[in-house]
Design a protein around this ligand. Structure first.
Ligand code: ZN
Length: 286
């Protein structure tokens, strides 16, 4: 970027934001827009293979803050459970090969027919403990992402920041938090959780906005600035605790942004996010 342009050195676009782009198109489109990182998804990497994807990102000078996501591990049937753990070992290796430091953990909610949420959460904790040696050997962190409680039955029973942080503290080295304003902004303990986690445990920070009304809780996230989340406040909390990690725009939007051209979405994402993603020192000097 030019000297007068925004410093985007910490800024990545999570590629689900430009859903119709292939991995190669996303790398090219983000680099052209001055974006410095790409949050990768398994299905796009699988289309070309991890070696090619990693090479493309490196040659374009893009960092890879994370690979999304784990396969669901919250399965009662032991054969499916073992298969899911094996698939997650493959995804950890994929993350290492594309240069992603974090595999985002989305473990599933309740098993079919289940009503015992406590048991579901205990199974997830056990699955993560089983994966941890492979994660440590691969040099890839298990990034626990608290998901909105409305996702607890079917996507992830890891519902609050505090719950995820407690799990990280139990599991230890090789785990951390993927913080996402969409999932956490409502939580009165979110800011305190960020402070308690500290900069080392926050692996990447996902940006978007909460629209009023939200027409579809899964696929109607807003562009930064179009909703009610106080992004500047959370940025100030992150500065106060000394967080220097990545910021990623991550938008699921079947009613708006997924209908637009990827280049337009990327350009507007850069404009909207630039005020919130600068390095800490620059923010102070400005
Ligand atoms: Zn996220």
């Amino acid at each position: 970027m030019s000297a007068s342009g925004p410093d985007l050195s910490r800024f990545a676009v999570n590629q689900i934001t430009t859903r119709d782009w292939t991995f190669a198109q996303a790398v090219d489109g983000y680099a052209r827009a001055g974006v410095r990182g790409i949050g990768a998804w398994v299905q796009y990497v699988d289309e070309i293979g991890a070696a090619a994807a990693g090479r493309m990102a490196r040659e374009a000078g893009l960092f890879v803050p994370c690979l999304c996501t784990t396969a669901w591990v919250n399965l009662a049937d032991p054969v499916s459970y073992r298969a899911a753990l094996d698939e997650n070992r493959r995804r950890l290796d994929m993350a290492a090969e594309i240069g992603a430091k974090t595999l985002v953990v989305v473990p599933g909610g309740l098993a079919t027919g289940e009503r015992d949420l406590g048991a579901a959460r205990r199974r997830v904790a056990e699955a993560l403990a089983e994966l941890l040696p492979h994660a440590r050997a691969a040099g890839v962190a298990l990034g626990l992402e608290p998901l909105h409680p409305m996702y607890a039955a079917d996507r992830s029973c890891l519902s609050t920041f505090a719950h995820c942080l407690a799990l990280c503290e139990t599991l230890g080295e090789g785990t951390g938090i993927v913080a996402d304003v969409y999932h956490c902004w409502w939580d009165p303990d979110f800011a305190a959780g960020l402070e308690r986690a500290g900069p080392e445990r926050i692996l990447t920070f996902h940006l978007c906005d909460w629209l009023v009304p939200t027409r579809d809780v899964y696929q109607d996230r807003g562009m930064v600035g179009d909703g009610v989340i106080d992004i500047a406040f959370y940025r100030s909390v992150l500065d106060r605790i000394g967080y220097d990690g990545p910021f990623e725009i991550e938008i699921f939007s079947k009613l708006d942004w997924w209908l637009r051209d990827g280049a337009e979405t990327t350009r507007i994402a850069v404009e909207r996010c630039a005020p919130f993603v600068a390095p800490r020192r620059q923010a102070k000097a400005a």
